[in-house]
Write a protein that binds this ligand. Structure first.
Ligand SMILES: Nc1ncnc2c1ncn2[C@@H]1O[C@H](COP(=O)(O)OP(=O)(O)OP(=O)(O)O)[C@@H](O)[C@H]1O
Length: 221
């Protein structure tokens, strides 16, 4: 369960990126965060993985107060999360295998367990045959599928995706949505920021709309 109470975030004194946001997201939900450019979508997601801190308000994830977490506790919070970005954010100097294995290595998992899980995660996105390649040798759609494998390899409690389909063609977008749907069916709570109205129509889910940092709509379709 994610509980967001009265959260405000200002990057500068005169404008609020988020203004008094209150939101409850039960375990297993699939939520689209939508709204115009600059509405605060990315900021809201960043607060959840402690990439930014709110100026006011509280965020509880599974009963733990993210807003009060020390820097040392943040990596433990992130172990429960998979994050996917529009620009993939793969490490260029590491192979596909190494990119996906990284999160498990940080968790101190055993070598054979890592290789089993990485292979399964890459197979799930149809890229097990490219595990020795480097990110820049792959197409954009393939790179995003690696990023999804990296996010899902930890069996995340929460999958956070910030405009993940922004650089993808329509077919790859559908493949990615199907991967998110099955992760959700396996129990991950999914939060996905998107501008894409067609996508939201195609995959009817809970829709949270932000405008100018305010929550203007929260509906289930
Ligand atoms: N690091 C930052 N420093 C200063 N201002 C920022 C920073 N990040 C975001 N902002 C501002 O906060 C507001 C919300 O930005 P945010 O990126 O959360 O919006 P968004 O809805 O995700 O937009 P987009 O759809 O264009 O990505 C905007 O006015 C933006 O300019």
């Amino acid at each position: 369960m994610i509980q967001i109470y009265n959260v405000c975030k200002n990057y500068s004194k005169d404008s609020a990126a988020l203004d008094q946001i209150t939101l409850k997201i039960p375990k297993g939900d699939f939520v689209f965060i939508t709204g115009p450019s600059g509405a605060g979508k990315s900021t809201l997601l960043k607060l959840l993985y402690a990439g930014e801190r709110p100026n006011r308000g509280q965020i509880l994830i599974d009963g733990r107060n993210v807003t009060r977490m020390s820097g040392r506790q943040v990596p433990f919070l992130r172990r429960k999360m998979g994050v996917v970005f529009q620009d993939f954010k793969l490490i260029a100097g590491r192979t596909i295998y190494e990119n996906v294995a990284f999160a498990l290595e940080v968790q101190g998992r055993k070598r054979y367990e890592i290789s089993k899980k990485v292979y399964a995660a890459l197979k799930n996105v149809g890229l097990e045959h490219k595990l020795n390649r480097y990110p820049l040798e792959l197409s954009g759609g393939e790179q995003q599928r690696v990023a999804v494998a990296r996010a899902l390899v930890v069996d995340p409690m929460i999958l956070i995706a910030d405009e993940p389909t922004g650089n993808l063609d329509p077919e790859t977008t559908i493949e990615l949505m199907e991967l998110f749907k099955s992760a959700n069916a396996r129990g991950s709570t999914v939060l996905m920021a998107t501008h894409d109205r067609d996508l939201i129509r195609r995959y009817p889910r809970r829709i949270v709309t932000l405008e100018n940092g305010r929550l203007t709509e929260d509906r289930e379709v």
